[in-house]
Write a protein that binds this ligand. Sequence first.
Ligand SMILES: [Zn+2]
Length: 298
Amino acid sequence: MRIWDCHCHVRGDETGDEVLRHMDAAGVERITLFSQFPPVWAYPRDWKDALGLDPVDFTGRPACKGGDHVPFRREDVRTSIEHIAKVQAADPSRIYGMLWAEPRAPGIVEEIEYAIVDQGLRGVKMIPDHWSPGDELLMPIYEKMEELGKPIMFHSGILYGFGDSSQYCRPVLFETLLHFPKLRFSLAHISWPWVDECIATFGRMRAAGGYGQRTPQMWIDTCRGTPDAWREEALRKAIPFCGIEYLMFGVDGVPETLPKNAPVHARKDLDILRNVIGLPQEQIETFFWGAAERFFGE
Ligand SMILES: [Zn+2]
């Protein structure tokens, strides 16, 4: 069975060949890979601690407190684009590079255009971090992505990092994307713990598309977030309501950990889909591959 992991992060120093090797070892045929988030020094303190970096003096810039950022720099955005583009170039049919875009970075709209048009990246990844999906700041980005015809993959749900930012990641906040009907987007982690709200938001977006008149603009990236005790219930609810073709499989790791994690996540999900919910093989394949294919307009 073909597996497309729709949610993977880079550390920033991987080569394309290394990524492909890890994918092969993991049994993952295709991957959606997010660029390194602009500079480590712009992370809130809790992330720096988690990464084992000196929270005060990593770059000589002012230390960050939870949620506060020192200014983002355009050259760092450019560096992360160039890294992910280089990784993708190792095999663009297997590695789908995405720019992890921070809306407060200077020149971000132009950088997005550069990433997608000049470097061939497949879309944008975003985590609402003390900004809300409906903020004015985001509108030029949504307009640009609509124009470019490429999707945005958002984090949604509780956020284990970025200070106290979970409040900006509630699924219903993404209803604002109704104003950009041609923009495809996904919400990660089935927005856990706000799974019902996520599914309801999907329903809202589908209603806007006239129930089949137009393809809904929203997909759900089901990568973990839901602990085991919640996962079966989340999938049981999401599958019949949304349709399996809007639910994508994902691992949420880094390439290096894929060989260990991807088979475990795939096996657990397969068990739920096949043995608990009883989905036919064709729909199971849609979950592990076809849904992402539709999302990316392949
Ligand atoms: Zn992630």
